[in-house]
Ligand binder design. Structure first.
Ligand code: ZN
Length: 162
C-alpha cells in the first residue's frame, strides 16, 4: 500500500496485532521515504451479514433462525403472523443498516427483547428467559418484577385518564 502522505510505494510493517474484537489484523506501517506512520486493517470480506456467537464462532446471519426464536416466544399468544414478519423485517434491516458486517448474537438478542417487550409482555419474558439463560431464579424474578411494574404504570395511566 502506498504511503498516504507522500505516495511512495515502499512502506514497511513495524508492528502487527489483532484488533480488540478479534475480527481483523492491525498493521502499523512506516513509509521508507518520509517516515510517515499509519495503520492498516485487514479483514475478511463478507458478502453477507455474519453473526458472532457467544462462544466466539462466526456464522452467516440466518433469518429463519431469528424468526424461529420469535415464533417460539409468541406461541399461543395473540400475535399474528404478519406482525412476526414485520418484526423480523425490522430487526434484519436494522442489522443490515449497520456498517459492521459482523454483529454479535447478544445484539440480536437485545433487539428482539426490546421489540417483544412493547409487543407482548409474556412473549418478552419467555424470550429473555431463554436468551439470557438465567442462572439464578432471582434474576428471572427481577426481570418479571420490572415487567409487572411497567404494566402497573400502564394501568395507572389508563385509570387516571377515565
Ligand atoms: Zn511517505
Amino acid at each position: 500500500m502506498n504511503c498516504p502522505d507522500c505516495g511512495n510505494e515502499r512502506t514497511h510493517v513495524i508492528d502487527t496485532g489483532t484488533s480488540a474484537d478479534g475480527t481483523s489484523v492491525r498493521r502499523r506501517r512506516e513509509c521508507q521515504r518520509c517516515s510517515f506512520r499509519f495503520t492498516t486493517y485487514e479483514r475478511p470480506e463478507w458478502e453477507s451479514l455474519q453473526v458472532k456467537k457467544r462462544d466466539g464462532t462466526i456464522e452467516s446471519f440466518d433469518r429463519q433462525k431469528l424468526r424461529a426464536g420469535i415464533e417460539r416466544a409468541v406461541e399461543k399468544r395473540d400475535v399474528v403472523e404478519t406482525t412476526v414478519t414485520a418484526l423480523v423485517d425490522d430487526i434484519e434491516s436494522e442489522l443490515q443498516g449497520r456498517e459492521a458486517r459482523i454483529v454479535s448474537s447478544s445484539l440480536i438478542g437485545e433487539l428482539v427483547s426490546e421489540n417483544l417487550r412493547t409487543l407482548d409482555k409474556v412473549a418478552y419474558i419467555r424470550f429473555v428467559s431463554v436468551y439470557k439463560a438465567f442462572s439464578e431464579p432471582q434474576e428471572f424474578l427481577r426481570e418479571l418484577d420490572a415487567v409487572l411494574d411497567a404494566e402497573l404504570d400502564d394501568f395507572d395511566a389508563s385509570d387516571s385518564s377515565l
